[in-house]
Design a binder for this molecule. Structure first.
Ligand code: SF4
Length: 75
């Protein structure tokens, strides 16, 4: 899984409960907007492995990760 390059991260706003675990892992990448939903601020601020860790830290699996070909890597 670590070998795949991340192409895109998407946050499913219906799933996000504002638990902010993603922000605890990567405060430079994610932030909460005024509706208490996570948004991707700067995906380039972390390496792929840490991005994947942040996605895995989300209790509702609201962070969807795609590789460069657009295939879903996680969850
Ligand atoms: S960890 Fe998941 S539920 Fe929590 S703020 Fe991030 S995306 Fe939303």
């Amino acid at each position: 899984m670590q070998k795949q390059k991340i192409g895109k991260i998407f946050i499913d706003r219906d799933l996000c409960i504002g638990a902010a675990s993603c922000i605890a892992v990567l405060p430079d990448v994610f932030e909460l907007d005024n509706e208490n939903k996570a948004v991707v601020k700067n995906p380039a601020a972390a390496d792929d492995e840490t991005l994947l860790l942040a996605a895995q830290s989300c209790p509702t699996k609201a962070i969807i990760v795609y590789d460069e070909e657009g295939n879903q890597i996680y969850p």
